[in-house]
Design a protein around this ligand. Structure first.
Ligand SMILES: *Cc1c(COP(=O)(O)O)cnc(C)c1O
Length: 404
């Protein structure tokens, strides 16, 4: 199993989340249940602010967790919200002024472009064709689109769980083509907003992030010089990872912040007046979420003990190993009523879906567990419910609740 997040690692006895008893939360809201600790989210934002240069803006990529009460709590803590669909745009505009909302993602439909342009959100333009469509939609509405160019960089984030740069990609405009699109947008009357350069995700290696951020700043400067216009904002992407699995070590954000301070001091003249931002998803919210699911059945098959729970991959796909991981490994989990208890038996925790993919813990060591006990699956604050196939098998939706 991966390491329990710091807020839970030393708990003994009954699990509490932001001081609230997990069993009481389940009694009040039902099982399965997602609990998000808002104090934990705020603490993570505070840690970011303390570690990073003051000039760095923090954006939240809301696809990590768009739950409305969490988003409402997050909005005043961050400088921007990054969205990737018309639906997310609506959620973001409900809690943040349009000037602080940017819309990335491939395949934006004309109605989505129109909604963003009408509201005054920034479009992170993903292709030359999208630039043409955005200008046409702006013309039809009589509103100049606020546009940044998302660049597919000629570099990639080393050690990143999900590589997105340095190769052919549906995301962004190849660095070699970006300047032409910047010129076309400006010539077409768009309000120029700058560059968005996202090189990868889920990096735990501070050295890799430091290198990537420095290279990304240099790329932005090169493109700005070639285009002959300074970018009001450079969004350097994010990529801050979370330790999910055995052997993972938490990212040293303080080291990343110190290096970024130096990179900013050395930045090229063309970026002297540019705002610089990072956009983070999972790092801000993953550890603040716990998925609680009750053991419905305990059975033994050919020597292997199975705990069958009332939740599963339809709520928490990532913990089943079916969301972007090559080899299935166990997320940290625990018996909610017996935190800190020694492991007594090797069991497999499986969900209630009729597919062998639905496994939340594969041969994990847990204290003796009976029907009715609650299993806590940690790191459920990011890419949980909205990143899971909740319609599959037709079970009811789980409740979500915020505490703290
Ligand atoms: C998904 C996404 C993010 C957030 O990624 P995390 O790994 O959750 O931090 C940030 N930026 C863009 C463009 C994304 O698509």
């Amino acid at each position: 199993m991966g390491p329990l997040p710091p807020a839970f690692a030393r708990q003994q006895g009954a699990l509490t989340i932001a001081g609230e008893d997990a069993a009481a939360l389940v009694a009040a809201h039902g099982s399965p249940l997602f609990v998000y600790d808002l104090a934990g989210v705020a603490a993570q934002v505070a840690r970011f602010r303390a570690a990073m240069p003051v000039a760095i803006g923090l954006h939240y990529a809301i696809k990590a967790n768009p739950y409305a009460p969490l988003l409402a709590a997050m909005a005043p803590l961050v400088d921007g919200l990054d969205v990737a669909s018309g639906g997310e745009l609506e959620r973001a505009l409900a809690v943040k002024p349009a000037g602080a909302v940017s819309f990335a993602g491939p395949g934006k439909r004309d109605d989505e472009l129109a909604a963003a342009i009408a509201a005054g959100a920034t479009l992170n333009i993903e292709s030359a064709g999208e630039a043409r469509r955005a200008l046409a939609v702006g013309e039809r509405l009589g509103i100049a689109p606020r546009a940044a160019v998302r660049v597919n960089p000629d570099l990639e984030l080393r050690g990143s769980g999900m590589k997105m740069g340095g190769r052919a990609s549906p995301f962004g405009i190849d660095a070699e083509e970006a300047v032409a699109v910047v010129r076309a947008l400006i010539a077409g009357g768009a309000t120029w907003r700058g560059f968005h350069i996202f090189a990868g995700s889920q990096a735990l290696d501070a050295g890799a992030l430091i290198e990537t951020q420095a290279a990304t700043l240099a790329l932005a400067a090169r493109l700005a010089d070639a285009a002959g216009v300074a970018p009001p904002l450079v969004n350097l992407g994010g990529g801050f990872g979370v330790p999910y699995f055995a052997g993972d070590v938490a990212l040293d954000v303080e080291r990343v912040g110190a290096a970024l301070t130096e990179s900013l001091e050395r930045r090229a003249d063309v970026l002297a007046d540019s705002g610089i931002a990072l956009e983070l998803g999972r790092w801000l919210v993953a550890e603040a979420g716990v998925y609680l699911t009750r053991v419905v059945d305990r059975k033994v098959s050919r020597g292997e003990t199975f705990l069958v729970v009332d939740g599963g991959l339809h709520h928490q796909l990532a913990a089943s190993g079916n969301f972007g991981t090559v080899v299935r490994r166990n997320y940290p989990l625990a018996v909610a009523g017996r935190m800190g208890a020694v492991g007594e038996e090797e069991v497999s925790v499986v969900g209630c879906l009729c597919t062998p993919l639905d496994r939340l813990g594969d041969r994990v060591l847990l204290p003796r567990t009976a029907e009715g006990d609650e299993i806590a699956v940690f790191l459920a604050g990011a890419y949980g419910l909205t990143a899971s196939p909740s319609a599959f098998l037709g079970h009811p939706a789980p409740a979500e609740v915020v505490v703290g």
